[in-house]
Design a protein around this ligand. Structure first.
Ligand code: FAD
Ligand code: SAM
Length: 629
């Protein structure tokens, strides 16, 4: 089953009192009450909340997110416990093919006073309904919802977690057979940790037999409401030592961690304090890790991440390829990360003014329109504007329309670095003016200066060294290229407040204190100084995009690190135990870094991965082989 799917939101009928799906001809929860059903069938059926008590991380997998009542009941149960009984982080991973529109979610959840506050937070965080994984955090990151939007049969094989508990909650098997078939239940079992439990209201013989076949012991319990029975199951028929074989060759690193990993937060050293390294440090600090963050400069964001502004936008493609899927998930994740950091520190300088990607000719305009229509993107993600709509937003009366990404905008990357370091401050030791010459491993990783002086030591090391990332022995084999880029800052900025970022061949960002930002060049030389020929290129871009001429200017040069396949590198470096990469951020580091950092953090902390497995592989450093010893 292909991963790519246009998401068709649920149609919900509210007339009969209990929300009902006309498409499936079934109700979303028992007519005897949604929250009580969640508590009896799913929580009690899995021995919750008691079973998560005292655990650092607990992982729940659900089939069928629906209107989120099971999630809210689980969140409330966690809240109602004291801090000692609660687990440290509760991951709730749920797949859903037809998520409700935000307005329907509001209506469906409005009767539930017990979870009013949590429902309001869920509604506020509800993402644009686009395919893929959406990671939403609540309770300062201690409740983590990963919504996998798409067909369960396509999503489950792409998930990576080690579920401690499972909620099976499709519509009734007769009306919704896809959600209960043996192949799907095999994938559920693949994602279970040893001793996982499973619960459902469904006691159909075929479901019981399929679960038993996958290694569950199944029993029937008195049902909830008018139902005679419900099902509970225990994943206990597979010997513990058979688990690594069930998940051969590192296919499920989260499960490998559950079987062998350290149970307490660790200590990592990170080389590089650009946006990648700073977000990496914050991501681990939030999980209780201690970090040594090392950079050759006296402050963060002095190299590629030092521009006064960069664009936040996704990329779209006709075939919704891996780069588009990564870009979509990363774009939405970075918006949430920036909002979270802004709420925590007030330091993030950004504008969500929208991004308008103008078509350069009729053919491109037609292609842009075809992509939006074929993939049925919702308006809050992207919409196609015709030339006259575009000219109302953009200066210069564009000849063609283009894509408007209403949630996009620009951000000042140094401010993100400062915010990340402020948020993680108590756990991040910074080492400024410190150049790492090499890394050495003797049971733990040591960062060494050129004269051999040890700079920091930790069991885990992460290279986030931007354009210098390939200068280490362990990364020298990677096909990374440095691409020079110069932006121009022009004064005065002629555009009114709220003008969107305009893209096409290059971009124009308005609204910065430093002036109008126009960029950027792509050069293969290594000249670190701004030069006039690059300025002329940018001025020509400005004229083409918005037909403006602004003459007073200054410039800034940065170097992008670009992999041969133009995808980032995030994950373990093969054959180097405990050494991870977060590099190759190319021209998209402001969009990619937060999700890539989250991926590396989940990998090392043994938490559900925030990306589909095919994307995880597409950005794994292992795709380029291992360094020679
Ligand atoms: C002109 C230009 C325009 C761009 N526009 C956009 C945009 O609009 N949107 C977008 O998403 N992205 C954009 N990018 C890309 C984005 O800026 C980068 O992808 C991102 O900043 C890379 O971040 P980083 O942390 O990987 O690298 P960097 O910011 O370069 O950080 C690497 C850090 O590692 C440190 N370091 C390296 N080696 C060592 C060592 N041996 N010892 C100690 N410290 C070391 C360096 O000092 C540096 O601080 C643009 C890039 C350029 C150049
Ligand atoms: C009974 S409802 C889930 C109720 C939900 N757990 C709650 O707490 O509100 C069943 C859900 O399964 C979803 N569903 C049906 N078929 C699916 C499929 N093939 N893949 C993913 N989700 C599916 C439906 O859209 C519906 O939202």
């Amino acid at each position: 089953m292909p991963v790519m799917t246009a998401i068709i939101p649920a149609r919900i009928d509210f007339e009969s009192g209990t929300p009902r799906s006309p498409a499936f001809d079934d109700i979303y929860h028992s007519a005897d009450g949604g929250l009580p059903q969640a508590r009896t069938v799913f929580l009690e059926g899995n021995g919750l909340p008691q079973r998560w008590a005292g655990k650092p991380v607990f992982q729940i997998l659900e089939t069928g997110f629906g209107i989120g009542l099971n999630f809210l009941a689980t969140w409330l149960a966690w809240l109602q416990q004291g801090d000692v009984e609660r687990c440290g982080r509760l991951h709730f991973v749920s797949v859903e093919k037809h998520p409700p529109l935000r307005k329907d979610l509001v209506r469906a959840l409005s009767p539930y006073g017990d979870v009013r506050e949590q429902a309001a937070q869920l509604v506020a965080a509800w993402p644009p309904l686009v395919a893929g994984l959406h990671r939403l955090e609540f309770e300062a990151g201690r409740i983590v919802l990963t919504l996998a939007l798409g067909h369960a049969a396509a999503c489950l094989p792409q998930l990576t977690l080690a579920a401690d508990a499972v909620y099976l909650d499709g519509f009734a098997p007769a009306r919704n057979p896809d959600m209960w078939d043996a192949a799907l239940l095999r994938h559920v079992a693949r994602l279970c940790a040893p001793d996982a439990t499973l619960a459902t209201w469904c006691v159909a013989g075929a479901v019981r037999r399929a679960l038993e076949h996958e290694g569950f012991s199944v029993s029937r319990q008195p049902g909830f409401g008018h139902k005679r029975e419900r099902l509970v199951a225990h994943f206990d028929r597979i010997p513990r030592n058979a688990f690594p074989r069930r998940n051969a060759s590192g296919r499920n690193p989260v499960l490998a961690h559950a079987l062998n990993g350290p149970s307490s937060p660790g200590h990592a050293l990170i080389v590089g304090a650009g946006i990648a390294g700073c977000l990496m440090a914050e991501s681990l600090a939030r999980r209780g890790w201690t970090i040594d963050l090392i950079d050759r400069h006296p402050a963060p964001a002095q190299e590629a991440s030092g521009n006064p502004a960069g664009i936040l936008r996704p990329v779209l493609s006709k075939d919704d390829n891996l780069a588009s899927r990564l870009g979509r998930a990363a774009f939405l994740h970075s918006l949430r990360t920036l909002d979270r950091l802004q709420a925590a520190t007030g330091l993030v300088e950004q504008r969500r003014c929208g991004v308008l990607h103008l078509a350069q000719d009729e053919t491109q305009a037609a292609l842009q329109e075809a992509i939006v229509n074929a993939q049925r993107y919702p308006d809050d993600y992207v919409r196609m504007l015709d030339a006259s709509e575009a000219s109302r937003l953009a200066a210069g009366s564009p000849a063609h329309g283009g894509w408007l990404f209403p949630g996009g905008g620009w951000v000042n990357p140094p401010s993100v670095c400062r915010a990340a370091l402020a948020a993680g401050a108590s756990r991040v030791r910074t080492h400024w003016n410190t150049t790492v010459d090499r890394l050495a491993f003797d049971g733990s990783w040591r960062a060494l200066a050129a004269d051999g002086t040890p700079l920091a030591e930790a069991p885990l090391a992460i290279l986030a060294a931007g354009a210098h990332a390939h200068e280490f022995r362990h990364t020298a084999h990677l096909p990374l290229q440095c691409i020079r880029g110069q932006i121009s800052l022009l004064n005065p900025d002629p555009f009114p407040e709220g003008t969107p970022v305009i893209c096409g061949d290059g971009y124009v960002i308005s609204g910065l204190a430093e002036g109008l930002c126009v960029g950027a060049t792509y050069d293969t030389d290594d000249d670190p100084m701004p030069r006039d020929s690059s300025t002329q290129e940018n001025l020509a871009r400005l004229e083409r995009l918005v037909r403006e001429v602004v003459r007073t200017h200054s410039g800034r040069v940065g170097f992008r690190s670009v992999a041969r396949d133009r995808m980032p590198l995030a994950g373990p470096l093969p054959g180097q135990e405990g050494l991870h990469a977060l590099m190759g951020m190319a021209s998209r580091g402001l969009v990619w870094s937060s999700l890539c950092a989250e991926l590396v953090a989940c990998w090392v902390a043994g938490e559900p991965l925030p990306l589909e497995w095919d994307i995880v592989q597409a950005i794994a450093p292992a795709r380029f082989g291992a360094a020679s010893r």
